[in-house]
Design a protein around this ligand. Structure first.
Ligand code: T3D
Length: 310
């Protein structure tokens, strides 16, 4: 695996326009992030005393990496961060060279979910609806519809919407010491950002309802056993495991993977007949790619394929 993708966030490539001076933000003395919102609830990107962006973006060899970067708050999600995340996801969607995306967290957490101090985000039902509809749902839809595989590298605790964010990804690999904290009930909310959808689909309704209603914290090894995530690995192996997966996927037939993703998502609500029809359509698209021609040619020539993602 090429170096760099698991470097300390401070090493990451930074957008020159993401700093506090670029958007009028104010660093707060205690290191928290300041935010500014207009009457309609829109939020401008701000910064903290580290003067780093809330979302770090790195790219190398078709592998994109987004790091939630607010470790002093366990990467709790503000509307500013979600806006930034949405912008970065749009950048990746527009990048024809992108082959795989890794999402992870800086510090000891993946994400503690909604920042409960984000003024204006959760005051009442109206604010919550606005936060969910304008900030969370677009990000979940973007990950869902991204035409490439998305890996969540869950480096530590994921709580509330942090769980939903991880589960929106195509493959979740977690450090063994990480946990998935279905925290919503503890503060009187329901799982959102696709949480009810993913938990029910992955755990089954009986287990999902109990986990949500009891506010269970599911340790990563148990999450793997339950089928909630792909793999739990020893903490010291997380970086290498995610890097190896990303490298492998970056050399895979990306278009076929994107079509698979589409088929699996549709399979959530399709009958067998609908799914058979969809598979026929998507297979015809896969068969028209250069990578399919390369895959067959490589097989017949008894050599490794060189997929280009086209
Ligand atoms: O509008 C909407 O509907 C919004 C959408 C909501 C979806 C949600 O995500 S609701 C769920 C929100 N999340 C939570 O309720 C989890 C809250 N956090 C925790 O329960 C615990 O922090 C953890 C179990 C995640 C970790 O515990 P621990 O003991 O390892 O760490 P800690 O000491 O609690 O947290 C460290 C710091 O992070 C601490 O700050 P301090 O005291 O050092 O200044 C803590 O306040 C801060 N922090 C942790 N989570 C959040 C947070 N600050 C703001 N918001 C948080 N969610």
């Amino acid at each position: 695996m090429a170096r760099g993708l698991w470097h300390h966030p401070a090493d990451a490539t930074k957008r020159p326009d993401a700093g506090p001076d670029a958007d009028g933000g104010q660093a707060m003395a205690d290191g928290r992030w300041a935010e500014a919102s207009d009457e309609a609830g829109s939020v401008t990107m701000q910064n903290d005393v580290t003067r780093e962006p809330a979302i770090l973006m790195q790219q190398e060899g078709g592998i994109h990496r987004l790091t939630l970067n607010r470790p002093q708050r366990l990467n709790a999600l503000t509307r500013a961060m979600l806006s930034e995340l949405s912008d970065r996801l749009a950048d990746i969607a527009a990048d024809a060279t992108a082959r795989v995306l890794v999402i992870t967290g800086a510090g000891r957490a993946f994400s503690a979910g909604q920042d409960l101090t984000d003024a204006g985000a959760i005051e009442d039902g109206r604010a919550c609806r606005n936060t969910v509809e304008r900030y969370y749902n677009p990000v979940i839809r973007q990950i869902h519809s991204l035409d490439l595989p998305v890996i969540a590298g869950v480096n530590g605790i994921a709580a509330g919407a942090g769980v939903s964010l991880a589960l929106a990804c195509d493959m979740v690999v977690a450090a063994e010491s990480a946990a998935f904290d279905i925290a919503f009930a503890r503060i009187g909310l329901i799982p959102d950002a696709g949480g009810t959808h993913q938990l029910q689909r992955l755990l089954g309704p009986a287990r999902a309802k109990a986990a949500a209603m009891l506010g269970e914290k599911i340790a990563a090894p148990a999450a793997e056993q339950l089928g909630l995530i792909y793999r739990a690995v020893p903490d010291q192996e997380l970086a290498a495991t995610v890097d190896a997966l990303a490298a492998r996927l970056a050399n895979a037939p990306t278009k076929a993977l994107a079509l698979m993703k589409q088929a699996f998502h549709a399979g959530d609500h399709h009958s067998l007949e609908q799914q058979l029809a969809l598979e026929a359509e998507l297979q015809s698209q896969a068969a028209d790619t250069e990578d399919f021609a390369e895959g067959v040619a490589a097989f017949l020539a008894k050599r490794a394929p060189g997929f280009k993602g086209i």
